[in-house]
Write a protein that binds this ligand. Structure first.
Ligand code: SF4
Ligand code: SF4
Length: 331
């Protein structure tokens, strides 16, 4: 991986120059939350390189909430800046599902091919971030074209793919300097954040223990937690790995693909009226088993990357991690 350094100011000016060719999205902080916005001349200097995880999961850029898949894919060229490792690693599962040769989703494929992903080291972690529990690092590991590691007014750029290298050439930045490696200061920052993450979720079991704990649970365990769940589906909608959808046929050959979730009533209802997930407690249990047992077995990919968004979003104040801890303590 080649490493370069550039002043924050020059990077901002240069990246904006390609905004006629690419739609550029980047995290911007507003009212104490960080979310992706389209980069314009007004907000290009406000990109939150050191901010928290954006609210919107990366999946929304490739798998929109609603789209007509009955038409040819529209391949807009995009650059997404500031993507965190939990979202990048979630693409492993989404790619396995939507790029499967037998059931290829050409809309997803076209968006993946036409998007340049610029990852970012995590410095401002949330209390609910727990990626390290599942073996992830708080900096981009896979699926990024370039990684930005900010240190003061300097951005270190690690180029991971030919797509990333082509973009840097195109930006033609006069102050771009090739470095032999990432500086010690970046490595130190990464180590500090890794330790902080490990300490804030010391009691949370890893993947294998979680799987074993969930297999021990019975109906009464889930009934207790289900009392606080209102089936709003927010936990799944906000999750970077949840990818269930419903296809609806409309007039004029429109086939609309909508986000769906096992947390909604009738998710598994079939023509004869049978519904294996009719009970709310079964739907809740299904989500956990899907994440920690079924999806890793089927796709050899994590279905929880520890972003903590489902905990932040739950209107019933259900803490996924507390459920896992309780399941693992069960006799
Ligand atoms: S299950 Fe929760 S913590 Fe895990 S990836 Fe999904 S939203 Fe993030
Ligand atoms: S966000 Fe909370 S209340 Fe809503 S479906 Fe998920 S667990 Fe239930």
């Amino acid at each position: 991986m080649s490493v370069y350094s550039i002043a924050r100011q020059e990077w901002a000016e240069s990246i904006f120059k390609v905004s006629t060719e690419y739609a550029i999205y980047a995290p911007v902080e507003k009212f104490k939350t960080v979310d992706y916005e389209l980069v314009t001349a007004e907000n290009v200097s406000e990109i939150a390189y050191n901010g928290q995880l954006p609210v919107l999961p990366l999946k929304a850029f490739f798998f929109p909430v609603k789209e007509n898949v009955g038409q040819e894919p529209v391949a807009d060229k995009r650059i997404i800046i500031g993507v965190r490792n939990c979202d990048l690693m979630a693409l492993k599962l989404l790619d396995a599902v939507f790029l499967d040769e037998e059931f290829l989703d050409i809309h997803y494929q076209s968006r993946r091919e036409n998007t340049i992903l610029i990852g970012n080291d995590c410095y401002a972690i949330k209390e609910t971030c727990h990626c390290t529990v599942y073996g992830l690092e708080p900096y981009p590991q896979e699926n990024m074209d370039i990684t930005i590691s900010p240190v003061g007014e300097v951005l270190y750029l690690s180029v991971a793919t030919p797509k990333g290298a082509t973009l840097l050439t195109k930006l033609n930045m006069t102050g771009l300097r090739e470095e032999s490696e990432l500086p010690e200061s970046v490595q130190r920052k990464r180590a500090v954040i890794r330790e902080k993450l490990k300490n804030q979720h010391k009691e949370l079991p890893g993947l294998e223990e979680t799987k074993a704990g969930l297999l021990k649970t019975d109906a009464s365990f889930w009934q207790e937690y289900a009392q606080k769940c209102v089936s709003c589906g927010a936990c799944a909608m906000i999750c970077p790995t949840c990818h269930c959808f419903l296809l609806i046929d409309r007039q004029n050959f429109e086939k609309v693909k909508n986000w769906d979730t096992c947390q909604y009533p009738s998710f598994e209802k079939v023509a004869a009226g049978e519904d294996p997930l009719r009970r709310l407690s079964k739907r809740l249990k299904n989500r956990y088993e899907c994440k920690y047992i079924h999806k890793p077995e089927m796709f050899n990919a994590l279905a929880c990357t520890g972003c903590g968004r489902c905990i932040d979003a739950c209107i019933g104040k259900i803490d996924k991690n507390q459920i896992i801890i309780a399941a693992c303590k069960k006799d």
